[in-house]
Ligand binder design. Structure first.
Ligand SMILES: Nc1ncnc2c1ncn2[C@@H]1O[C@H](COP(=O)(O)OP(=O)(O)O)[C@@H](O)[C@H]1O
Ligand SMILES: [Mg+2]
Length: 377
């Protein structure tokens, strides 16, 4: 099985990680020669596919399936056009994506089908959360705590249609993936989303300590949204648990980053393989995992500090590689080279208990410290 992955940023890293675990051969294409995932695929081609259609098609015919691992509108539209014109197998639901990429359209779907979600301004009052309708990665997310700030913001924003202003809800947030086609959907292990002070996801953990009632409600809502969208492919649903009630924050019909790796490491289920099966005949590799505790987190270390930060920190990196040989049951992805003043890394730590995970994390930090990383060579 050979997969053509389009996009070498965080989603591309996720796809390459999962493909490697499933022994799926990968060709990664990105116009950025130093994209994050360039060394994580079996082969890489630097190409702007919008300017090299023939060359791209040639590579596409040589693969079993194409996976869009980015959220660039022009590229998504291009892929949709060539899918139809050249009968290419693309693991993506273009129709559902047009709705989920817009929080406005997603909210309209939630209203239409009574899917629980935060109330919107002006029905909702301070504290409010404001976020762009068509962004991701917590870009532009702000909490408004006073009327004066609200007035200022309302004056500043050009069009309400580009912004979501909704009640700010306290509570932990969770994610669930659903994969399939109408009438046959599967949902997967719930993961908890931990955010930094920019509302960016700095840590993902599983399994989650949620009541069965809450898990069932979350699954019911996720399946309901998938059916309403007539989804063919993958979608993740992000919710907040507020006063014991699930409220949907957003939905995204594309391969997520961070959560699929955690689902794989705690259940052995590879969401990339599950997605492939929706589009072509494919038999997943069976991997048994006894639901160990899993933490995926980003760290920035320099000579003064060690900080757990949101996923955005990794977007400043060059091509990532696996830092091996430090400790068992931990995957480390970084672009650090000796002499660098900063080390940025994704840690995937597995353990029977939180204590074990904690111990493994501390061992890594002490080992990295002993290596005098930031000494001028
Ligand atoms: N209404 C809300 N109340 C509380 N926190 C929220 C709310 N909406 C968003 N957030 C927080 O902001 C983060 C980003 O918002 P989200 O809707 O997921 O947008 P994005 O597409 O940028 O991920 C969420 O992960 C959550 O932590
Ligand atoms: Mg989000």
């Amino acid at each position: 099985m050979k997969m053509l992955i389009v996009g070498g940023k965080l989603q591309g890293v996720e796809a390459c990680y999962l493909a490697q675990k499933a022994n799926i051969k990968t060709l990664l294409i990105d116009k950025n020669p130093s994209c994050l995932a360039r060394n994580l695929a079996d082969s890489f081609i630097e190409m702007d596919i919008l300017k090299n259609k023939e060359a791209f098609l040639k590579k596409a015919y040589d693969c079993d399936l194409i996976l869009p691992a980015m959220e660039n509108d022009a590229v998504i539209t291009f892929l949709e056009q060539i899918q139809i014109k050249y009968h290419l197998q693309i693991a993506f639901d273009f129709k559902a994506y047009q709705i989920t990429k817009s929080k406005k359209k997603s909210d309209a779907l939630f209203q239409e089908h009574q899917i629980p979600c935060p109330k919107h301004y002006p029905d909702a009052r301070i504290p409010l959360l404001m976020k762009p309708s068509e962004a991701s990665g917590s870009e532009g997310v702000e909490v408004i705590n006073c009327e004066k700030t609200l007035e200022e913001k309302l004056q500043k924003i050009t069009g309400m249609d580009q912004w979501i202003i909704q009640e700010y809800l306290e509570g932990p947030s969770f994610s669930m993936e659903v994969i399939g086609s109408p009438g046959q959907y599967k949902t997967y292990e719930i993961t908890q989303i931990h955010i930094d002070d920019q509302y960016d996801c700095c840590r993902v953990t599983a399994p989650c300590d949620l009541e069965t009632r809450v898990k069932q409600e979350f699954q019911r809502i996720t399946l309901d949204i998938a059916e309403k969208l007539q989804l063919k492919g993958i979608m993740d649903v992000e919710v907040i648990l507020h006063n014991d009630t699930i409220k949907v924050l957003e939905i995204d019909a594309r391969l997520p980053s961070q959560t699929p790796i955690v689902v794989y490491q705690t259940t052995g289920i590879n969401l990339l393989e599950e997605l492939i099966r929706v589009f072509i005949p494919y038999t997943p590799i069976t991997v048994t995992k006894n639901n160990p505790r899993v933490v995926l987190e980003q760290w920035l270390i320099n000579k003064d500090a060690t900080s757990n930060l949101g996923e955005k920190v990794m977007t400043q990196c060059g091509p990532l590689y696996y830092y091996v040989g430090l400790v068992e049951e931990v995957d480390i992805l970084t672009d650090y080279v000796p002499g660098d003043e900063i080390l940025r890394m994704i840690l995937v730590i597995i353990g029977k208990t939180d204590l074990e995970i904690h111990a493994r994390r501390n061992y890594i930090f002490s080992e990295l410290k002993n290596k005098n990383l930031f000494q001028k060579t």
